[in-house]
Design a protein. Structure first.
Length: 198
């Protein structure tokens, strides 16, 4: 993390790092490195909470207001996952379904992203530590939006994305195993008053 910041300041870009490490792209679990102390890269802040009974078990609710993604486990209860949300100008609302699920998704920046940051690599392989999609991705309808992991766990809780919902890698792995294609996802600004059940 510190190394990446230093490299950014002196002009060594992500593309150089990607090119230099293509010979040994790590597996998905390589993104769960221990960076010292007790913080595992990928972290987790998920908790079981009381939740509105409006939603059925198995549904997902993304609250930009709470900076949480809720997976409804039973009426009145959900698992709350901390998330990074889109920047204000990139926020959206609606109901979608999970249209695809991918392990170690590759990442291709959009043309707008390339225009904003010409130093971006044109493509980053799945499972690579510089891949901003992390270790799992859940695709939302036919949009370009995804619920995905991250190579930047310090962004969780912040308004930083271009429209996607970021999660800690360990949390997106947990969620990935719980949901299936066709799962309903409600994205809203609404806040939900919740409390821990434990």
């Amino acid at each position: 993390m510190l190394l990446l910041r230093i490299m950014s300041r002196i002009g060594i870009g992500t593309a150089c790092l990607v090119a230099a490490s293509m010979l040994s792209a790590p597996s998905a679990n390589a993104q769960l490195w221990d960076w010292g102390g007790d913080q595992v890269f990928g972290g987790s802040g998920r908790t079981v909470v009381r939740f509105t009974p409006k939603y059925r078990p198995g549904q997902l609710v993304v609250s930009f207001g709470d900076k949480r993604l809720y997976y409804v486990t039973k009426p009145g209860e959900a698992i709350a996952y901390p998330i990074a949300i889109p920047r204000e100008q990139s926020r959206w609302e609606g109901v979608m379904v999970i249209s695809d699920k991918r392990v170690n998704p590759a990442w291709t920046p959009t043309p707008n992203m390339m225009k904003e940051n010409p130093k971006l690599p044109p493509w980053v392989p799945g499972g690579h530590p510089m891949n901003p999609l992390g270790v799992r991705a859940l695709y939302l309808g036919s949009s370009a939006y995804r619920i995905h992991g991250t190579d930047a766990p310090w962004t969780i809780g912040q308004p930083v994305s271009k429209g996607c919902i970021r999660m800690y890698n360990q949390d997106v792995i947990d969620l990935y195993d719980r949901v299936r294609i066709g799962t309903q996802v409600t994205v809203t600004y609404q806040r939900y008053l919740t409390g821990s059940t434990g």
